[in-house]
Design a protein around this ligand. Structure first.
Ligand SMILES: C[S@@+](CC[C@H](N)C(=O)[O-])C[C@H]1O[C@@H](n2cnc3c(N)ncnc32)[C@H](O)[C@@H]1O
Length: 213
C-alpha cells in the first residue's frame, strides 16, 4: 500500500489525474438530503482537498488526511484560497491507530483501492475505532467489473500511463460488505459510475454507505 514515492511524483505539480474541483454528486446528495449533517468529519486520502473544502463550506468541521506531503501542501493552499478552515495532516493510513480523534462522519473517496487485501482487516478496525457511535461512513473505490486500466477480471492492476507505478486493487461489493459488516450497519451498497479522465467509459465503483450502531 505504501506507494508514497510514486504518489509524490504524481503530485509533482498540482492537478493529479484524479483531482476534481467539484464534489461528486453522491457526496452532494448525502449532504443536501441531510443523510449526513454538518459534524466532525475526516476525509481519508483527501488528495488536493477539494472535497474537504466542499464539506467545510457546508459547515462541516473537517480533518483531511493524505500520505502525500505535496498533496497536503496543495490542499492547504486550496483551502486558504477558498477561505475555509480545515485541519490537514500528512499521514499514512497504516498509522491511523495513532490518531486520537473521533469523528461523526468518515468520508473516503478513492482511497480503498490503494489498500491491499492483507491490510484491510487492520484498516477496518482502525476506521471503526475513530468513528463515534451513530457515526456515518462513506467508502467509494474501484469495482472489479470496471473496464478501466487493464480491463475487468484482474483484481490487481497497474494504474496505467496517467498515474504510472501505482498498484491498485479492484474489489467486489461483496468482499467490502464482508469486511465492514462486523463493525457497521450497511445502509446502502451499490455500484456507481464515476466519470473518468481519458477513458471511453466511466469507472465502475463500489459505493458503501454505513452507520456505526
Ligand atoms: C485516487 S486519489 C483520490 C484523492 C481524493 N480523494 C480525490 O478523490 O480526489 C487517492 C489518494 O489517496 C492517497 N493515499 C494513497 N495511499 C495512501 C496511504 N497509505 N495513506 C494515506 N493516503 C494515501 C493518495 O496520495 C491520493 O491522494
Amino acid at each position: 500500500m505504501d506507494d508514497s514515492e510514486t504518489l509524490e511524483k504524481i503530485y509533482e505539480k498540482p492537478g493529479a489525474v484524479w483531482t476534481k474541483t467539484q464534489p461528486p454528486k453522491e457526496l452532494v446528495e448525502l449532504v443536501e438530503t441531510g443523510k449526513v449533517k454538518p459534524c466532525k468529519t475526516v476525509d481519508l486520502g483527501c488528495g488536493e482537498g477539494f472535497y474537504s473544502i466542499y464539506l467545510a463550506s457546508k459547515g462541516f468541521d473537517v480533518t483531511g488526511i493524505d500520505i502525500s506531503e505535496k498533496a497536503i501542501r496543495y490542499a492547504k493552499q486550496n483551502a486558504a484560497e477558498a477561505e475555509v478552515k480545515i485541519r490537514f495532516l500528512t499521514m499514512n493510513i497504516t498509522d491511523l491507530h495513532k490518531l486520537n480523534d473521533k469523528f461523526d462522519f468518515i468520508f473516503e473517496w478513492a482511497l480503498m483501492h490503494h489498500i491491499m487485501p492483507q491490510q484491510r482487516q487492520k484498516y477496518a478496525a482502525d476506521v471503526n475505532r475513530i468513528l463515534n457511535k451513530g457515526g456515518k461512513y462513506l467508502s467509494v473505490c474501484f469495482n472489479e467489473k470496471s473496464h478501466t486500466f487493464s480491463g475487468p477480471g484482474e483484481k490487481h492492476r497497474e494504474s496505467g500511463e496517467r498515474a504510472p507505478g501505482l498498484k491498485i486493487y479492484f474489489s467486489s461489493l461483496e468482499e467490502l460488505k464482508t469486511l465492514f459488516s462486523p463493525y457497521f450497519r450497511i445502509t446502502e451498497a451499490k455500484l456507481i459510475e464515476v466519470p473518468s479522465v481519458g477513458y471511453e467509459k466511466p469507472h465502475t465503483e463500489n459505493y458503501i454507505f454505513m452507520e456505526k450502531p
